[in-house]
Design a protein around this ligand. Structure first.
Ligand SMILES: NC(=O)c1ccc[n+]([C@@H]2O[C@H](COP(=O)([O-])OP(=O)(O)OC[C@H]3O[C@@H](n4cnc5c(N)ncnc54)[C@H](O)[C@@H]3O)[C@@H](O)[C@H]2O)c1
Length: 491
């Protein structure tokens, strides 16, 4: 890509001076951008020819606002600070930035970008959400193509951080830099690409998988459900923590990516996918290995493994919680009834199992006492899920279990890689409280015990309240048990 030199970056507005932005097109993506920008404290002007554009955006905002409040909202955000305009000049008057998200149609984008360009002050950068067109092909009719750039988001743009930024042949480097800086300023995770590539980076990767999946269905090689589960219960669990490159770096064990490529390199010639692999030349091998080393930085392979494993544990617990049905019954009742159906009339609390990871090891070479507490905490989370005090319940009942007292005994050591099995006991139950006890084992060796008293707290009113009926019902189905060590004093 050749970037022209004008205009200078100094002509573009200071990020801090911008209080108004414009969204052209307010469908799935443009509306998502508008919601996100509102949550970042901007006044948002919308231009969209659909007669019901305002109503549609209002519905989108109803759904997006609570999600934004959870993750990405500044204190001064005002969800009413938006307006829909029928006049383009009015929509861009006083704006500091324009994001175009009209339908993916090259002729339409060409004409529209030229129209926006003609209506905007020359120092305003215009970003396009296009999924795959290059700015070189979209900017052909604009008078100031130098301030046109691609800022490609992912749906929903109010929650997914990634924005891929790339200019066209006539975009100025200053405009591309400014756009990348602005998206970062508003909290996005920006990839500034140096070259235009159809589909950018993430869509190309996604598209390769999508096309292979369609081939597999067409050829009867896999069902739709098998394809989805192969990702959600397989590699998809690793990707939030490590992308495809670092994931394969770890697939090489202690030898990392170098071993991975030397070991599996010949498989690139096997028909494992319909996409043809490049020749694994020495320079490609070295570039990939060096790239992994740069990305890993000071983190060793065991560090990366520990990070990945902690992430997968957290994610599996979360997806299990969110998998509960939520149709006709209230969320909390539904989660309890599913548990009841799967557990029988009298049940026991499930053991919680985990493994000692490197970051839990202290200077003595054993698991540090702080992590005993952490493991018991995870066990309590699992007990809460089993009793129906899960995420859906916490959300709907606005109540949760608070630990108010605990007593831990450290009886033996746990070493790196030890499998920890935590056996929970329901010692006693009150209308508003639970007395729980845990035994932590490595094999048949008892390494620690914990006893906790937990109260059921209404978080909105900040007071102790009775459990809701479905939870009480569930609790009564668990047998109580008081191990003889419970209540044992120190010493
Ligand atoms: N949907 C996705 O997952 C996704 C992801 C990333 C990028 N994109 C890109 O975002 C852009 C918008 O896609 P979408 O999914 O939001 O489409 P959409 O159909 O949901 O929304 C398009 C909006 O543009 C409006 N519109 C129609 N003609 C217009 C015009 N001439 N000027 C301004 N607005 C006009 C429509 O009324 C509609 O509200 C496309 O370029 C698309 O490729 C989409």
């Amino acid at each position: 890509m050749t970037e022209t030199t004008a205009p200078e970056s100094s002509v573009f507005p200071d990020f801090a001076a911008i209080d108004t932005v414009t969204c052209i097109g307010a469908g799935t993506i443009g509306g998502g951008w508008a919601a996100y920008l509102l949550a970042q404290g901007y006044r948002v002007k919308i231009w969209d020819p659909a007669p019901d554009a305002g109503k549609k955006f209002s519905r989108l905002l109803d759904a997006a606002w609570p999600a934004l409040a959870e993750l990405d909202m500044v204190d001064e955000a005002d969800r009413t600070a938006w307006s829909v305009h029928t006049d383009l000049a009015e929509a861009v008057a006083g704006t500091g930035f324009v994001q175009e998200s009209a339908p993916e149609d090259l002729a339409l984008k060409r004409g529209l970008l030229a129209q926006i360009d003609a209506a905007c002050e020359p120092n305003v950068v215009i970003g396009s959400s296009t999924s795959g067109y290059s700015m070189t092909e979209m900017a052909t009719e604009a008078i100031h193509p130098e301030r046109l750039v691609v800022g490609h988001p992912f749906n929903p743009p109010y929650l997914i951080p990634l924005v891929e930024v790339v200019g066209g042949a006539q975009s100025s480097a200053a405009a591309v830099d400014w756009a990348a800086g602005f998206y970062s300023h508003i909290g996005k995770s920006v990839i500034r690409m140096d070259r235009e590539v159809p589909g950018f980076i993430a869509n190309r990767l996604q598209e390769a998988q999508w096309r292979e999946a369609l081939h597999m269905v067409e050829q009867g090689e896999a069902t739709v459900e098998q394809i989805d589960r192969s990702i959600t219960d397989g590699p998809g669990l690793r990707w939030p923590f490590q992308g495809p490159m670092l994931t394969f770096h770890l697939a090489g064990g202690e030898g990392g990516m170098a071993h991975m490529l030397d070991h599996f390199g010949p498989s690139l010639k096997s028909p494992w996918t319909r996409l043809t692999a490049p020749e694994l030349s020495q320079s490609l091998r070295d570039d990939v290995v060096a790239g992994c080393e740069v990305e890993a930085g000071p983190r060793t392979i065991p560090d990366l493994v520990a990070h990945r494993d902690a992430g997968i544990i957290a994610l599996r617990r979360l997806t299990a919680q969110l998998a509960e049905p939520r149709d006709t019954e209230s969320a909390s009742e539904a989660s309890v009834s599913v548990r009841a159906a799967t557990m029988g009339v009298t049940g026991r609390l499930d053991d919680y199992v985990t493994e000692v990871v490197p970051e839990w090891i202290d200077y003595n070479g054993h698991m540090s006492e702080a992590f005993y507490v952490l493991v018991f905490g995870f066990a309590t989370d699992q007990v809460m899920d089993q009793l129906g005090l899960d995420a859906a319940y916490r959300e709907s009942a606005k109540a949760s279990l608070y630990t108010v007292e605990s007593h831990i005994r450290y009886l033996d050591e746990a070493a790196l890689g030890d499998r920890l099995a935590v056996v929970p006991h329901l010692v006693s139950v009150g209308e508003k409280k639970l007395h729980l006890a845990y035994e932590m084992y490595v094999g048949d060796r008892l390494v620690s015990t914990e006893e906790i008293m937990a109260l059921h707290v209404d978080q909105a009113e900040d007071r102790v309240v009775p459990f809701l009926a479905p939870v009480t019902e569930r609790i009564t189905q668990i047998e109580t048990n008081r191990p003889d060590w419970v209540g044992r004093a120190i010493g």
